[in-house]
Design a protein around this ligand. Structure first.
Ligand SMILES: [Zn+2]
Length: 116
């Protein structure tokens, strides 16, 4: 191996390393784009699911039964946990506008709905 050959090897190695760094950056960039598209996909699926649920609540098709049940259970649990949190925070939720109203208040401060 003469000096010219060694010089060429070093140069090739440099190009290879440079190429790999570029590839790594490109892979990272593509992975970020991939993740972004995947989350768009998930959001779209979720929106489709929510729409379908709203339009078909009460007329359940076999394939969806278990999922409808899970949605019903989760919604009930969410409502229950939210009520427990509100209770601990000393607030109630206005049934008309959804605003937080101090527990014991006679009217909603936002929309004026009469509270129980
Ligand atoms: Zn209200």
């Amino acid at each position: 191996m003469d000096w010219e050959e060694i010089g060429q090897k070093i140069s090739d190695f440099g190009k290879e390393v440079g190429g790999k760094v570029k590839d790594t950056a490109e892979i990272l960039r593509l992975k970020q784009k991939l993740a972004s598209e995947e989350s768009k996909l998930k959001a779209a699926y979720r929106a489709i699911g929510e729409l379908y649920y709203q339009e078909h609540e009460g007329e359940i098709e076999d394939a969806y039964i278990v999922h409808f049940e899970h949605v019903g259970e989760a919604k009930a649990a969410i409502e229950d946990y939210q009520a427990q949190i509100n209770n601990l925070k000393g607030v109630q939720v206005c049934p008309s506008c959804g605003a937080s109203v101090e527990a014991g208040a006679a009217y909603c401060g936002k929309c004026g709905h009469r509270m129980n």
